[in-house]
Design a protein. Structure first.
Length: 430
């Protein structure tokens, strides 16, 4: 009993520290996007803003992939704390300059160090929680970014409006520096570092990989299912990123709403994401218990399909039905649905990639689909900014609607596909 109390005490401190810390990872990553309407008043146009956003997204895509591979060999505590500290430095230094190229360079560096955060969180979760608890705490910790996205736009925009956009970047940056130091002191890599028995064995017996062809990254890339997840993840992440980065400008510039309505839209989307992430994991876990995994199709697929269909309808309502006189509650409801469906699907794509891969390469499989997702985020930056500048924002959202529709049809057709990722011999259940 005393041992359980010690475990729970350390778990509580670690989860609380990483939750608040990752809130500020997300806040420093998105803070520029939150204040874009104010920044535009200084003469930056949509292509300038898109260049800054895309530079960060491109760096984040590669950094998150490489950090996922490196996390097996580095201290998760050090990765988390150092990454958060450097994110804070980028925010603080950003306000000292007045050049789009320097903004893009600093936000590129911000993207590089942002990639340290989530792989470190995932590694700590694996070390401190049993497999039966892992999914639940994964979903809970993932809501930290939604909480930051919900509160961040309102607080940051208020600060930027009152004291200038530089203050909107400075305050999160300084707080991140302090939290980074705190994280280094409170996060513990594994139970043995505080005198407790490790939950995950230090040596693994690779029973499933000892026979037949050894799984490799190339064998993962041969899987049609991995490509299905990657393509759909690409589209959904592009939708989420576009709505977060450009949704408020669409409402202000194309539909004639006030800036605070744009902030309400962003916050409502993130609020929907909190519920969508947790509910997706809980509901589909019950589906898996009722209908065990067979290797063909997945009990989680119907939920993914329902999320894609609802997302398409919500996007249609946002781009085609919202006008200058549309009620704020209607806009907030549409934003909530976009957040609920996009974050719910995103949560499941990671789970599907991990649970259908060889145990020795589940991290690599997750990193591959996450890389595809971040390319979706990259497309949602500078390319979509150019499209909006040369046409309008409605064109951007029509492209997203068509992409979601194609992904929906593709997932329906392939819902009973062979879901084994990697060599068949390595996928036999134990």
């Amino acid at each position: 009993m005393a041992g359980d109390t010690e475990y729970n005490r350390h778990r509580g401190v670690i989860i609380a520290t990483m939750y608040v810390g990752y809130c500020f990872y997300h806040l420093t990553r998105k803070s520029f996007g939150f204040i874009m309407p104010v920044v535009m008043e200084e003469g930056l146009d949509q292509s300038d803003l898109g260049l800054v956003i895309s530079s960060q997204t491109m760096a984040y895509a590669f950094s998150k992939f490489l950090s996922g591979l490196a996390s097996d060999h580095l201290s998760a505590r050090s990765m988390f704390a150092v990454g958060l500290f450097l994110c804070g430095v980028c925010n603080v230094v950003f306000i000292l300059f007045d050049s789009v190229l320097l903004y893009s360079l600093l936000w590129f560096i911000n993207g590089l160090v942002q990639g340290f955060g989530w792989p470190a969180c995932a590694k700590v979760l694996r070390q401190w929680f049993k497999p039966s608890q892992f999914g639940t705490w994964w979903s809970i910790l993932a809501t930290s970014m939604n909480l930051a996205g919900f509160v961040g736009p309102l607080v940051t925009m208020e600060i930027a409006t009152r004291y200038g956009w530089r203050a909107g970047l400075l305050i999160p940056g300084v707080l991140s520096l302090a939290l980074a130091v705190l994280s280094y002191g409170l996060v513990v890599d594994e139970p043995s570092h505080v005198g407790l028995e490790n939950i995950v064995a230090t040596t693994q017996k690779k029973t499933t990989e000892s026979k037949g062809e050894a799984p490799s990254m190339l064998s993962l890339l041969d899987s049609a299912y991995l490509w299905l997840i990657s393509v759909t993840y690409f589209v959904v992440f592009a939708v989420k990123t576009s709505c977060l980065n450009w949704g408020q400008l669409f409402l202000i510039q194309d539909k004639g709403h006030e800036p605070y309505v744009g902030s309400l839209f962003t916050s409502s989307l993130e609020l929907g994401g909190i519920f969508g992430s947790v509910i997706a994991g809980m509901v589909t876990d019950r589906m898996v218990k009722a209908t065990p995994l067979t290797g063909y199709g997945s009990p989680r697929h119907p939920y993914v399909i329902s999320m894609l269909a609802t997302m398409g309808l919500a996007l249609y309502g946002f781009s085609d039905r919202v006008e200058a006189d549309t009620l704020e509650t209607t806009i907030m409801t549409i934003a909530f649905l976009i957040g609920f469906t996009s974050y719910g699907a995103i949560n499941l794509f990671g789970v599907l990639a991990i649970e259908n891969s060889p145990s020795s390469l589940s991290g690599t499989s997750s990193a591959i689909v996450a890389l595809a997702a971040n390319f979706g985020g990259l497309i949602a930056g500078y390319p979509f900014g150019l499209i909006a500048e040369n046409y309008n924002w409605e064109t951007v959202f029509i492209i997203l609607e068509i992409s979601v529709a194609v992904s929906l049809v593709l997932f329906i057709i392939a819902r009973n596909i062979n879901t084994r990722i990697g060599p068949t011999s390595a996928q036999k259940s134990v």
